[in-house]
Ligand binder design. Structure first.
Ligand SMILES: Cc1cc2nc3c(=O)[nH]c(=O)nc-3n(C[C@H](O)[C@H](O)[C@H](O)COP(=O)(O)O)c2cc1C
Length: 361
């Protein structure tokens, strides 16, 4: 039943991401945000409050598992484990692209995980390019079918260059299509990249149509050009994939720039290469409301299912709370304003965009 091109592709992705050397080589630059150590923070560690609001619900911690999969053989188990862990931890969960569900409704069961996260934030996912093929009503319908709180719309032009599928590289008219979806879904829409980052110019475009949630998904983590280069059997696409393997905008810069442009009007998610709770703390200090993780969650799942996803996040939570304590932040709001120093390449990015003066604390 699962002998379909799209299913094979999803299965290849999981295998390559799990086994291959798929990380971007130039890093997130989050380690160039130095949170300043406070030897006298005047806080009781037990009083630290990490709760935050997201899609109209309260998260216990400002974290989300960003979109991964649906369609591939073990996708149902993975999605179930992610939902179970998300519910236990009180963090948000997004499922992978539902394109497979639109094209092959018989595979919908991969996405039916609401039972496992009855009260938490659960989001669907679709490619922006699919918004030209399917109407806002159809997208709203697949969101409803999985009882999600909203829909993530992904932008992945770099991946599509290497994948080379006809039609998927037509990025014309997408801003209007996203605007129509936001209207149809009463604002319950998150626009995300997939690891190459969202530039200040793109942030301005997204803000102009009132996108309420933006996940910058910057470079420094899983590189989808690299993944597709390993996967393709076509020489030209392999060459393209390796040439653009480290293409993208580092997560630290994307996050700082997004917050400086959006002020308080947009909920910013920082993801792409976050690998521990200190990366998350640096992301929230840079202005994100929520920090997102993908590949480490897949690796934890492959190690020991929902149990290991949960214990991995418990480590992240302990690291995050420690970073807050040591920086003198009682809650996420205070973490936005703690003293920090920016160095190296990150400073060069900030200076070349003349953003440094706006993100100094
Ligand atoms: C196995 C896997 C499958 C993914 N599939 C999707 C997807 O269907 N839709 C999407 O928007 N992003 C997808 N992503 C991208 C992630 O949501 C994320 O933006 C990117 O991997 C960078 O985060 P990371 O460095 O933490 O992996 C996928 C990531 C992984 C690891």
């Amino acid at each position: 039943m699962r002998d379909l091109d799209i299913v094979r592709r999803k299965a290849d992705h999981l295998r390559i991401v799990a086994e291959g050397e798929v990380e971007h080589r130039e890093g997130t630059l989050l380690d160039e945000i130095h949170l300043v150590h406070q030897a006298l923070p005047e806080i009781d560690l037990d009083d630290i409050d990490t709760t935050t609001e997201f899609f109209g619900k309260t998260l216990k911690h400002p974290f989300m598992i960003t979109s991964m999969t649906g369609g591939a053989d073990y996708a149902e188990n993975l999605n179930r484990a992610i939902a179970e862990a998300g519910a236990r931890l009180g963090i948000a969960v997004a499922l992978g692209s539902q394109r497979v569900m639109l094209e092959h409704p018989e595979l919908s069961s991969d996405f039916q995980v609401r039972n496992y996260i009855p009260d938490g934030v659960l989001l669907g996912n679709i490619g922006a390019v699919q918004l030209k093929e399917y109407s806002p009503d159809q997208i709203a319908e697949v969101t409803k079918q999985i009882e999600a709180d909203g829909m993530c719309v992904h932008l992945n032009p770099a991946q599509e260059i290497v994948h080379g599928e006809k039609g998927q590289q037509d990025y014309s008219g997408l801003l209007d299509a996203i605007a129509r979806l936001i209207d149809r879904m009463n604002g319950q829409v998150l626009v995300k990249e997939t690891g190459a980052g969202i530039s200040p110019e793109t942030i301005v475009k997204l803000k102009s149509i009132g996108v309420p949630y933006i996940d910058v998904s910057g470079s420094g983590g899983t590189s989808w050009t690299r993944v597709e280069a390993y996967r393709t059997t076509d020489k030209l696409h392999e060459k393209l994939g390796m040439t653009f393997a480290d293409w993208g905008i580092p997560t630290a810069f994307c996050t700082l720039a997004a917050r400086s442009i959006c002020k308080e009007s947009v909920c910013i998610i920082s993801s792409g290469g976050l690998r521990n709770g200190l990366d998350a703390a640096r992301s929230i200090a840079a202005g994100a409301n929520v920090a997102g993780f993908a590949r480490p969650v897949l690796l934890a799942f492959l190690e020991k299912g929902a149990e290991r996803i949960t214990s991995w996040f418990e480590e992240v939570i302990a690291e995050y709370r420690s970073a807050m304590f040591l920086s003198g932040a009682r809650n996420n709001e205070e973490l936005h304003r703690v003293p920090r120093m920016y160095t190296g390449k990150l400073l060069e990015w900030l200076n070349s965009y003349e953003i440094y003066d706006r993100v100094k604390v």
